[in-house]
Design a protein around this ligand. Structure first.
Ligand SMILES: *Cc1c(COP(=O)(O)O)cnc(C)c1O
Length: 383
């Protein structure tokens, strides 16, 4: 008899459980997020009442929903203002708003590439970048993580009848380390290719103006395609692509994930505008964030915890084994601390980790509690 759906689902579930890779969601009640070390709310803006107020006011003025796609009748004045602010922040002529970062990456890669486009991606790029190239039918070739010699080797061999695209995360989401933008841009330009950087975790955190690891420091000649997301440090939701007018118009014409979806709710765009005001006015938030990162790293190192060399708010503790990671995460959970327990396929097999993220919202007590609980896990392992 042919395979049935029920059997297929049961078998896949059983295989996933057997590997120790079953994923579970936790339902959270509203309330205390000061001990949340799992989120990406690096500046503590997601819970800021000024964003909530801006969102409510945006909904009152424009409606709870945008009513249509951007091209039909959903592109509102608040979206337009947000796009201009994002272009200014990142030092680019234009920006185009998308409803999520996942969709921005799918849309951009699908619109730019076809099955003849050589696409080169860092091995640790975010899943949405890999999926975007797939949607375009362009086979991605992966270069070793942050290894420009390996990239160069692939670029040299690429067929040169179609322009190539090099794609990288700015800050790697599960490792917290950063691409060397200047060198990556130089290598890419030498081969006449374009560079696309997804700065989901850099925007709001890095750069002189919180403009990310690309931002105004690296212009469109170096990074013609810049993607930023608004649901992380900016505490809101959505994403954008920034570049020159030709790129943005191309996306409006050809990016199916842009064209065939309802525009972002206007209140969300209004909340992001409020977040951008705070980013500009309260630069001490970024200073405090880096103080927390320094303190955590200094004290975790003293305790002998296995840190990586990440200098960003993403501070992974790579333990390797799935069960080991789950045990530590559960221990931390019992102490009221939330951390990400990250396993394959999100990270390579054998590199399961706790993904700890720091935020301006954490106070000294929260970081004390985190260090204490991590130390207890480590001591339990030894005994
Ligand atoms: C989170 C993330 C995305 C997806 O952004 P969403 O707005 O959450 O869909 C894309 N790229 C990277 C590197 C990310 O970390």
């Amino acid at each position: 008899m042919a395979e049935t759906w029920t059997r297929r689902l049961n078998e896949r579930a059983a295989a996933r459980r057997a590997e120790g890779l079953w994923r579970r969601r936790t339902t959270l009640a509203p309330g205390d997020t000061r001990r949340d070390f799992a989120g990406n709310d690096y500046l503590g803006l997601a819970g800021d009442p000024r964003l909530a107020e801006a969102q409510a006011e945006g909904a009152r003025r424009f409606g709870a929903g945008a009513r249509a796609s951007h091209l039909v009748a959903g592109h509102l004045d608040v979206h337009e203002r947000l796009e201009q602010r994002l272009a200014t922040l990142t030092g680019r002529p234009r920006a185009l708003l998308f409803s999520t970062g996942y969709i921005a990456n799918l849309g951009t890669l699908q619109a730019l590439c076809d099955r003849h486009t050589p696409v080169f991606q860092d091995r640790l790029n975010h899943a949405s970048l890999i999926d975007g190239a797939r949607l375009a039918g362009a086979p991605s070739r992966r270069f070793h993580h942050r290894d420009l010699a390996d990239l160069e080797r692939l670029l040299v061999r690429a067929p040169n009848d179609a322009p190539a695209l090099v794609v990288s995360d700015g800050v790697f989401s599960m490792d917290g380390d950063m691409a060397d933008i200047a060198e990556l841009a130089a290598t890419t330009r030498r081969h006449g290719a374009w560079l696309m950087v997804d700065d989901a975790h850099g925007l709001g955190v890095l750069g002189e103006h919180g403009d990310g690891c690309v931002g105004r420091a690296h212009g469109i000649d170096d990074v013609p395609i810049l993607v930023g997301t608004l649901g992380k440090a900016l505490g809101s939701a959505g994403a954008f692509v920034a570049g020159d007018a030709a790129l943005i118009e191309h996306l409006i014409q050809f990016a199916r994930p842009y064209i065939y979806t309802t525009a972002q709710p206007p209140g969300v765009a209004a909340a992001t505008l409020a977040a951008l005001d705070i980013l500009e006015d309260e630069t001490e938030r970024r200073t405090q964030l880096f103080e927390r990162i320094d303190r955590f790293r200094r004290e975790a190192a003293t305790l002998g915890l296995p840190l990586t060399d990440s200098r960003t708010p993403i501070q992974p503790i790579v333990l390797g084994d799935n069960a080991h990671v789950m045990r530590w995460a559960e221990h931390l959970g019992r102490a009221g601390l939330r951390v990400g327990a990250i396993r394959a396929p999100t990270v390579p097999r054998g590199q399961a980790r706790l993904r700890i993220t720091l935020s301006t919202a954490h106070d000294d007590d929260a970081i004390d509690a985190l260090l204490e609980a991590l130390d207890a896990c480590r001591r339990e392992d030894i005994s």
